[in-house]
Design a binder for this molecule. Structure first.
Ligand code: NAP
Length: 249
């Protein structure tokens, strides 16, 4: 029986755990960072909390022992992804990155790409005065100095200071609908949307609604995928990789 470690926290990670759970010769451990108080749990064994950096992750890989790692974390979770590369290199454990594609603009979209959250905060006051902010509660500090912008902050967990001085918080995790997103934008007179390019189908409706209502979008581009690492865009591709790389003994 070989054990696959899925670094999770995404819908893809849960779907991968579901697909691998019960396959002959495989056992699956899903790992969550522990950021949310009521996480959506995948089937099978789950561990919650950090490993203690790349060295801690390497120690975990040796102790179990783990036969393959799939980094199915969020595209913006760059630290754990870098740690996975270091730990897998150090231990010789095969690593796959499962990264869904980013969103693609279509005619009618008004997207302004920025490389970082800080760049989004810098550009925001020139684009609007009432922002729907969906970049996550951990990004709010970057917007805390903006006094001319009112924020509707949508997040899974309540944010902690520092936060923008003028804001309301909407606790929600989706999936969202186009009609619902239009209603939200209209109800709050939103004139700019700030989002990360997560590529998630569950949260893409806000982009349709922004296009419908001619609201500009500040799109924070993704950090790069770790180089020299196998990468696939979909859960079925990841299942195929795992079954190739974990030969039952
Ligand atoms: P990060 O900055 O890349 O990682 C920070 C630290 O959190 C890591 O060094 C690691 O601690 C721990 N960690 C992260 N993911 C982990 C996992 N799956 N299992 C165990 N420990 C993990 O990560 P982040 O951006 O804060 O995201 C945290 C988690 O939330 C990720 O699993 C990600 O998939 C999910 N998520 C993130 C976003 C986002 O926008 N960033 C959005 C939705 C979901 P140690 O160094 O102690 O091992």
């Amino acid at each position: 029986m070989l054990t696959v470690l899925i670094l999770g926290g995404t819908g893809e990670a849960r779907r991968l755990a579901t697909a691998l759970d019960g396959l002959p010769g495989l056992s699956v451990i899903s790992s969550l960072a522990g950021r949310t108080s009521t996480p959506l749990l995948p089937p099978g064994r789950v561990r919650i909390g950090g490993f203690g950096g790349a060295a801690g992750l390497a120690a975990f890989l040796r102790a179990e022992p783990i036969g393959a790692v799939v980094d199915a974390t969020h595209p913006f979770a760059a630290v754990i992804s870098a740690n996975a590369v270091s730990a897998c290199t150090a231990t010789g454990v095969p690593l796959l990155v499962l990264r869904r594609p980013g969103w693609t603009a279509v005619p009618g979209d008004d997207w302004r790409h920025v490389p970082t959250i800080e760049a989004a905060a810098d550009a925001l006051p020139r684009l609007g005065r009432r922002a729907l902010l969906t970049t996550g509660r951990q990004t709010l500090a970057a917007f805390a100095a903006l006094t001319d912008v009112w924020f509707l902050v949508r997040a899974v967990e309540p944010p902690e200071p520092p936060v923008p001085p003028r804001m309301s918080v909407l606790l929600d995790r989706g999936p969202f609908t186009r009609d619902g997103e239009r209603a939200l934008i209209e109800a709050h007179s939103i004139d700019v949307l700030v989002t990360k390019d997560s590529g998630s189908p569950a949260t893409a409706a806000k982009l349709d609604a922004a296009r419908d209502l001619a609201v500009p979008v500040l799109m924070v581009d993704r950090p790069p995928v770790p180089t020299h690492t196998a990468s696939v865009p979909s859960v079925p591709d990841a299942v195929a990789w795992v079954t190739r790389h974990t030969t039952p003994r």
